[in-house]
Design a protein around this ligand. Structure first.
Ligand code: SF4
Ligand code: SF4
Length: 108
């Protein structure tokens, strides 16, 4: 599990990130912030609110997390694609009118 990177040298131990973390993944140990990466959901609030810019959430980790959550597999399967091709070859209700030629009404 990935969590934010904390630059301990810059951390002043203010506790703001601890207060904002929705998962209670952050805590102060002495005067320095530590993270429990197992609880972190990479929401980025700690990075946003740290006044000393001591926290960084890796954008690549956020992307990976999002793709894991969505569980998307990409393009549709072969059978679905061939089904669509078949469907596009069918003649619908409008095709009937097209075969019968132009239906013009005279005298209107
Ligand atoms: S990214 Fe969100 S969940 Fe993770 S430690 Fe920061 S505030 Fe908490
Ligand atoms: S908000 Fe920043 S400076 Fe304050 S405890 Fe968290 S990491 Fe440290």
């Amino acid at each position: 599990m990935e969590g934010p990177a904390i630059n301990i040298a810059w951390c002043k131990g203010c506790g703001i990130c601890v207060a904002f973390c929705p998962r209670k993944a952050l805590r102060l140990v002495g005067e320095k912030c530590t993270v429990d990466a197992g609880l972190c959901v990479l929401c980025g609030l700690c990075e946003l609110y740290c006044p000393d810019l001591a926290i960084t959430v890796d954008p690549e980790a956020v992307k990976r997390r999002k793709s894991e959550k969505s569980g998307k597999t990409g393009s549709p399967g072969k059978s679905e694609q061939s089904g669509r091709a078949e469907a596009s070859g069918r003649i619908g209700p409008s095709g009937k009118a097209a075969r019968s030629g132009k239906e013009t009404r005279h005298g209107l």
